[in-house]
Ligand binder design. Structure first.
Ligand code: ATP
Ligand code: MG
Length: 564
């Protein structure tokens, strides 16, 4: 079968699949699975795995199952199952089969009995601690357990009694009988089953023994006739065990392929650590817009397209690296730039009075909705005598290279007029609270008939028409590129950024935003991309900043700061 041309460059996983198709290893079939453990919400790292699993199967006309790897009853919950399903759909993928490792508990139990009968598995009475001590190290072989050579009949009896609930948690395990001297520690009689008297989110109290990942995973792949089982590199050393179980049982030979997991600067991608942030109240929940979870970045306004483009561009490899968070943000900007409407919003308002503009006059200015999309049309924005501009767009004493409004300086109001600052009004503490200007009526729409130029265009909102909003500005959740890098005795929470959330109340928005609906995305001109948060209510809008625009002035200021 010839692969149709793919937009993304090829990668080694795809090449393996192509080889298997060429040699007809799986009769031309490609089947993958995405196997999350329902012990937390999916994060952007999982998006990479999802895009690979579903993307490759789609490319070759294959199938992908969503399979919940639910073998740790104490950590797994239905809430997580539901969130994972929603996140996969949101990313734009559709699973063929929906399965749970727990669907296979009976089959896995039967196969374990077969391995016992064949002398390939045994019940061990050693404690977890003793098993660890017997395992040896990378340089020393392990030691056999005194229970290793139990007769099959005794093992069968004990295993059945483990299942029947006769023994306490941790008192016995079932182990595969492989090779205690193997250079690969995973092959030193790995544990297959442990006793856990716990309620399972699907099977309830039916089981009190649960299969370990290494036993359950490959066998579940095989049951579903998965051809290519794509997982992250930490499982590379588990592949011999994956293959060993399949060979001993003589079942469908699924093929495990490992790729590099995604790491991002200033970000933690571990469900366990993200859960800790939620439980300790460090964030507002799994869907806090600062979280790297799919639900968090969705709430923040990231699009599935941006994430898929990002994943495609980072590729897959056999060595683990760290990707710049800025690169993800680049793809978010690139996607939003094409599709979202522009509006004018002032986050930190400064009142501007245009003294020579007629009182009570209102003009409707034509504004372009999206310069990147001619079909997006135009809208009317009301202009009047009293406006708001950003505090940042005025300096009483302008520093070098600052071209925005200052006394005596003329600037352009976007879609409006040229204005010149005449005087300022200060409060008792000397802060500028109001700026007075004059406007040139001949510059309506933004150009002077005499061709004179201004060096700056600033945005504004008419005070009488403005609507109020709360705007939540997010910065990186962690201050260190590698949040795991800590001093002795600290954990990663020591690197949390205390300023990762800034709540700006009293922002002023152009009136067209009165009808903005939850989830709606906009570019606030000159500021960045924003979306309407779930907490919004009619008359009390709340926006999240999805990502800032690249701010040219901030860069100049930073450079100047660095020099002085
Ligand atoms: P975590 O440590 O965050 O819990 P996990 O690997 O235990 O991650 P699973 O639910 O077992 O999470 O993962 C489901 C699939 O997603 C696996 O195939 C796993 O390899 C993949 N995956 C998890 N994290 C990443 C990541 N950062 N980059 C790429 N793939 C990932
Ligand atoms: Mg896991």
């Amino acid at each position: 079968m010839d692969a149709s041309p793919s937009p993304a460059p090829s990668n080694f996983v795809r090449d393996i699949i192509l080889d298997d198709l060429k040699s007809n290893k799986y009769e031309g079939r490609v089947q993958t699975r995405f196997p999350p453990e329902p012990n937390g919400y999916l994060h952007i790292g999982h998006a990479k795995a999802i895009c690979l699993d579903f993307g490759l199967a789609d490319e070759f006309g294959g199938h992908t199952n969503l399979r919940f790897d639910d073998t740790n009853p104490e950590k797994e919950e239905t809430e997580y199952v539901e969130s994972i399903k929603a996140d996969v759909k949101w990313l734009g993928f559709h699973w063929d089969g929906l399965f749970y490792a727990s669907d296979y508990f009976d089959q896995l139990y039967e196969w374990a009995m077969k391995l016992i009968k064949d002398g390939k598995a045994y019940v061990d009475d050693l404690s977890a601690e003793e098993i660890r001590k017997h395992r040896g190290t990378l340089t020393e072989p392990g030691k056999d357990s005194p229970y290793r050579n139990r007769a099959a009949a005794e093992n069968l009896n004990l295993f059945e009694r483990m299942r029947a609930g006769e023994f306490a948690d941790g008192s016995r395990v079932l182990r595969a009988k492989i090779d205690m001297a193997s250079p690969n520690l995973n092959m030193r009689d790995p544990v297959m089953y442990r006793i856990v008297h716990a309620e399972h989110h699907r099977t309830g109290a039916k089981w009190c023994i649960y299969p370990m990942y290494d036993y359950a995973h490959g066998e579940s792949d095989s049951i579903e006739r998965v051809t290519h089982s794509i997982c992250t590199l930490e499982f590379e050393d588990h592949r011999p065990l994956y293959n060993w179980f399949i060979q001993q049982l003589g079942i469908f030979p699924s093929r495990q392929i490992e790729f590099d997991r995604l790491n991002l600067t200033y970000t933690l991608l571990s469900k366990r650590k993200l859960l800790q942030l939620v439980q300790e109240g460090r964030v507002r929940g799994w869907d806090d817009p600062r979280m790297p979870t799919l639900s968090g970045i969705r709430r923040r306004g990231y699009t599935p397209e941006a994430i898929r483009n990002f994943v495609a561009s980072i590729g897959v490899s056999k060595t683990t690296g760290v990707i710049e968070l800025a690169m993800l943000e680049h793809f978010v900007r690139e996607d939003l730039n094409k599709r979202v409407p522009r509006v004018m919003a002032v986050l930190r308002p400064l009142k501007v009075v245009i003294d020579n503009y007629p009182e009570n006059q209102v003009e409707e200015m034509d504004a372009v909705n999206n310069p990147e999309d001619a079909g997006a049309g135009t809208r009317k924005v009301p202009f009047s005598r009293v406006l708001y501009i950003e505090q940042d767009d005025f300096r009483e004493v302008p520093p070098p290279k600052y071209f925005r409004l200052s006394p005596g300086r003329e600037v352009r109001l976007r879609y409006g007029y040229f204005i010149t600052c005449t005087t300022v009004v200060k409060n008792a503490s000397g802060e500028v609270v109001e700026v007075h200007c004059t406007y040139d009526p001949a510059t309506r729409g933004g150009n002077a008939p005499d061709g004179r130029k201004v060096k700056s265009t600033i945005h504004w909102v008419s005070a009488a028409h403005a609507i109020d909003a709360e705007v939540r500005i997010y910065e990186n959740l962690f201050t260190k590129e590698d949040p795991n890098q800590v001093e002795d005795g600290q954990d990663f929470t020591a690197n949390l950024n205390p300023n990762s959330l800034e709540i700006v109340t009293g922002a002023k928005l152009e009136p067209s935003l009165a009808s903005a609906a939850v989830g709606g995305r906009y570019q606030f001109e000159r500021l960045g991309y924003f979306c309407v948060d779930l907490d919004s209510k009619p008359g009390a809008l709340v926006f999240n900043r999805t990502v800032a625009l690249k701010d040219a002035w901030a860069r100049v200021e930073k450079k100047q700061g660095a020099k002085s």
